[in-house]
Design a protein around this ligand. Structure first.
Ligand SMILES: Cc1cc2nc3c(=O)[nH]c(=O)nc-3n(C[C@H](O)[C@H](O)[C@H](O)COP(=O)(O)OP(=O)(O)OC[C@H]3O[C@@H](n4cnc5c(N)ncnc54)[C@H](O)[C@@H]3O)c2cc1C
Length: 299
C-alpha cells in the first residue's frame, strides 16, 4: 500500500519546525529517519495531513563533546554511532547497541531522537540511555525542557511528548575509566527486535567482584525497567560463572512474579531475561580497554 496524501515540510531550523508543528496542529507528525513512521504510513495505520521532516536541520545531526560527556543531536543516525563517526560516551556501549539495531539500511536512516520518541518497549536506545542516566532535550512551542531519558517513555509506543514537541538532543555523561559495561540482545533472528535486552554497568573491587551495579532490561515491560533486586544479588559476586539459576530469583523479584505462581510462558520469559542478563555480564567490557563491539570477558 501507499500512504495517504500529506503535505511535506522540510524546515532548516528547530524554531521553524516547532512553529510549523504548532501551526499545523494535531494533523502534523515529525518525520525523523522514517524507519518506524513510514511502515505505519504505508499501511495507513496513521494518516497525518502533514509531515515535518527534521532531518534537514543541521544542528540536529552529529554530536559534540560537552563538559563531562557528549551531546548527540536527535537526527544522529544509528549508523553514525555504529561507525564511530561520533564519540562514544559509553566507552563502546553505544556502538555495540547501534550495531544491533535492525539491518544496516535501517541504521543508515533511523535516528536516536526518532527511536526515543517512538518509545518501542523492545528498542535499544530507551534502555541504553536509561542505564546511562542520559538527559533528553526537548523543544516545543511552549518552551524547552530537559528530562531524564528514563522518564521519557510513558508506556508502550507512548513518549509523553506534546504534538508540537521535538526531541532535539540526548546528553550522556561519559562513563569513567575502569567502569564496565555489558549489553546483550536476545532476538529470534538477526535484525529483529529484542525479546529481551539487558544493559549492565558496574565497577569491580580488587578481587574482581561486582560493585555499583546498574542493570536495566528492555522488552520486559512497556518501558525499560531497572532491576534493583538483581543488582543486589550480583553485588559482591564475580561475573564469571554466573548462570541462569543464580540470577533468576533476582529477575523474578524485579519483574514482580515472586509468589505469583507464573505459568509456563511467564516462567520461560523470566528464564530468557535471566539468560540475557548472564550474557550481558559474560561479555562485559571495561571502558577504554575494549574495542567497540567486542567484550573483554567477565572480570
Ligand atoms: C525492519 C526494521 C527493524 C528494526 N529493528 C529495530 C531494532 O532491532 N531495534 C530498534 O531499536 N529499532 C529497530 N527499528 C526501528 C528503528 O530503530 C527506527 O529508526 C526508530 O524506531 C525510529 O527512528 P526514526 O528516526 O526512523 O523515526 P521515524 O520513523 O521518522 O519516527 C518515529 C516516531 O517518532 C517521531 N519522531 C521522529 N523523530 C522525532 C523527534 N526528533 N522528536 C519528536 N518526535 C520524533 C515520529 O513522529 C514518529 O512518531 C527497526 C525498524 C525496521 C524498519
Amino acid at each position: 500500500m501507499k500512504p495517504a496524501e500529506f503535505g511535506y515540510h522540510r524546515p532548516c531550523e528547530v524554531s521553524e519546525a516547532v512553529a510549523l508543528l504548532a501551526g499545523l496542529g494535531d494533523g502534523a507528525r515529525v518525520l525523523g529517519g522514517g524507519q518506524s513512521l513510514a511502515p505505519e504510513l504505508n499501511a495507513r495505520r496513521i494518516t497525518p495531513e502533514h509531515l515535518v521532516d527534521i532531518t534537514g536541520i543541521r544542528s540536529l545531526r552529529g554530536a559534540r563533546r560537552v563538559a563531562g560527556g557528549v551531546r548527540y543531536g536527535a537526527a544522529t543516525t544509528h549508523r553514525m554511532v555504529e561507525d564511530g563517526l561520533v564519540p562514544d560516551a559509553g566507552g563502546g556501549l553505544l556502538a555495540r547497541a547501534a550495531a544491533g539495531i535492525g539491518h544496516r539500511a535501517v541504521r543508515t536512516r533511523g535516528t536516536l531522537g526518532g527511536s526515543l520518541a517512538y518509545a518501542d518497549p523492545a528498542a535499544e536506545w530507551p534502555a541504553v540511555f536509561a542505564a546511562l542516566d542520559a538527559t533528553v532535550e526537548v523543544c516545543g512551542a511552549r518552551g524547552d525542557r530537559s528530562l531524564p531519558a528514563r522518564e521519557l517513555p510513558r508506556g508502550a509506543f507512548h513518549s509523553g511528548l506534546a504534538p508540537d514537541e521535538i526531541v532535539v538532543a540526548v546528553e550522556v555523561r561519559s562513563l569513567p575509566q575502569g567502569r564496565w559495561w555489558g549489553l546483550h540482545k536476545t532476538a529470534g533472528t538477526a535484525g529483529a527486535y529484542a525479546s529481551s535486552l539487558a544493559v549492565v554497568l558496574f565497577d569491580t573491587d580488587a578481587r574482581g567482584r561486582l560493585e555499583q551495579v546498574a542493570l536495566w532490561l528492555g522488552a520486559a515491560r512497556e518501558t525499560p525497567v531497572r532491576l534493583p533486586a538483581t543488582e543486589l544479588l550480583l553485588t559482591g559476586r564475580s561475573a564469571a560463572g554466573l548462570d541462569v539459576a543464580a540470577v533468576l530469583p533476582g529477575v523474578a523479584q524485579d519483574l514482580g512474579t515472586v509468589g505469583a505462581a507464573p505459568d509456563d510462558a511467564a516462567r520461560h520469559g523470566l528464564r530468557v531475561h535471566a539468560a540475557t542478563v548472564c550474557r550481558a555480564l559474560a561479555r562485559a567490557a571495561p571502558v577504554g580497554r575494549a574495542a567497540a563491539g567486542e567484550g573483554a570477558g567477565a572480570p
